[in-house]
Design a protein around this ligand. Structure first.
Ligand code: NAD
Ligand code: UDP
Ligand code: UDP
Length: 343
């Protein structure tokens, strides 16, 4: 309606920084919602490095300016403090929609807000994509498979999800976000892409975000016992962040809607993960058992044949290669924190 756009009719396609055809690819203007977070900030770095303009929108719930501070002053970069639950008008070519807390501790903190972010936030980003004719990529999650009865999980599996549990705000929220994306695709012709991301780790994760890799690494560096929930025999498959970012860009640039699993098929029990962290950081590190959380999936491992075949993508970095890269970043930040306390 005219009121929303103040009477101004936006062009269906936006034209920014156009260069003569055949010389080089046109520079794109790209929105990354949630771009101040862990995955988002690495994605922004890659998009800026290849020459595109990036607008980050983030409400800083779990994101930090520190993740992007190296880009401040770069004319190709803009940062807007904005909550995606509210509408926003922008002129862009692509939207990477990541805004949503990802750690169980964060998404359970205010579950209704998590649902609003997943439903109203995704609706607003899709409305924006429809209005300006932008491509839209949703970062969904392996949690849509719930506590899976199929192993490893393929994209064709419909999942085994508790609709009324403590995790539902996140996994049902993401399932609804996928539905919305497909309905805008079928109903309004929006070019959508859906990624189902499996557990990812790397530099810039929040030190105390409660996820298992960040917990174990921070605990081992601080000489505290690593907290293993339950019997530690549950499994997860851990992907290094640069592999994920490569996969997201391949998906956005490719021809296929998805959904695509993006994850590293290397599967570990939590006890095995603790062992790898111990080998990497401190051979004297210890573990302590704590009660597990409700509805914790027993196992999780992606089948990535579809992404291999159609996106020509697969992860390159094993847990033993990726962990030291994260440990370096965590050591620096923990050291800075300790110095801060002494002042
Ligand atoms: P993160 O918490 O580090 O980043 C999320 C970002 O979104 C933060 O910067 C936060 O401030 C912002 N945000 C949250 N709610 C918002 C709102 N209402 N409006 C604007 N900004 C908001 O998490 P991450 O690990 O970087 O995850 C990014 C995306 O990838 C999420 O959508 C998550 O569900 C998905 N994902 C991540 C993983 C993983 O293992 N990291 C696995 C599956 C899916
Ligand atoms: N929207 C937005 N930015 C835009 C276009 C739409 O935030 O540039 C929001 C809009 O406010 C609405 C949602 O996206 O809440 C869905 O928009 P759509 O046009 O699909 O639906 P409608 O406004 O007709 O309900
Ligand atoms: N976990 C653990 N110790 C911790 C944090 C988590 O043993 O300090 C377990 C948790 O119970 C789950 C697995 O590690 O089985 C992965 O949890 P995370 O919160 O990282 O991600 P999820 O895959 O559950 O979203």
């Amino acid at each position: 309606p005219a009121s929303r756009n103040n009477g101004f009719e936006y062009p269906k396609r936006s034209f920014f920084g156009r260069v003569p055809a055949g010389i080089e690819r046109r520079r794109l203007r790209i929105v990354v919602s949630g771009g101040a977070g862990f995955v988002g900030s690495h994605l922004v770095d890659k998009l800026i490095a290849r020459g595109d303009e990036v607008i980050v929108i983030d409400n800083f719930f779990t994101g930090r300016k520190e993740n992007l501070v190296h880009l401040f002053g770069n004319p190709k970069f803009e940062l807007i403090r904005h909550d995606v639950v509210e509408p926003i008008l922008l002129e862009v070519d692509q939207i990477y929609h990541l805004a949503c807390p990802a750690s169980p501790v964060h998404y359970k903190y205010n579950p209704v807000k998590t649902i609003k972010t997943n439903v109203m936030g995704t609706l607003n980003m899709l409305g924006l994509a429809k209005r300006v004719g932008a491509k839209f990529l949703l970062t969904s999650t392996s949690e849509v498979y719930g506590d899976p009865l199929e192993h490893p999980q393929k994209e064709t599996y419909w999942g085994h999800v508790n609709p009324i549990g403590e995790r539902s705000c996140y996994d049902e929220g993401k399932r609804t976000a996928e539905t919305l994306a497909m309905d805008y695709h079928r109903g309004a012709g929006v070019e959508v892409r859906i990624a189902r991301i499996f557990n990812t780790y790397g530099p810039r994760m929040c030190l105390d975000d409660g996820r298992v890799v960040s917990n174990f690494v921070a605990q081992a560096i601080r000489k505290q016992p690593m907290t293993v929930y339950g019997d530690g025999k549950q499994t997860r498959s851990f992907q290094y962040v640069s592999d994920l970012v490569d996969g997201l860009v391949a998906l956005m640039e490719g021809e296929h809607v998805g959904p695509f699993n993006l994850g590293n098929p290397g599967e570990f029990t939590m006890l095995e993960l603790a062992e790898v962290v111990k080998e990497t950081i401190d051979s004297s590190a210890t573990i302590e058992f704590k009660p597990n959380t409700a509805d914790d999936p027993h196992k999780r491992k992606p089948d990535i044949s579809k992404a291999k075949e159609l996106l020509n993508w697969e992860p390159k970095i094993s847990l033993r290669e990726g962990l030291p890269l994260m440990v370096r970043d965590f050591r620096n930040r923990i050291m800075n924190e300790d110095e801060g306390k002494q002042l």
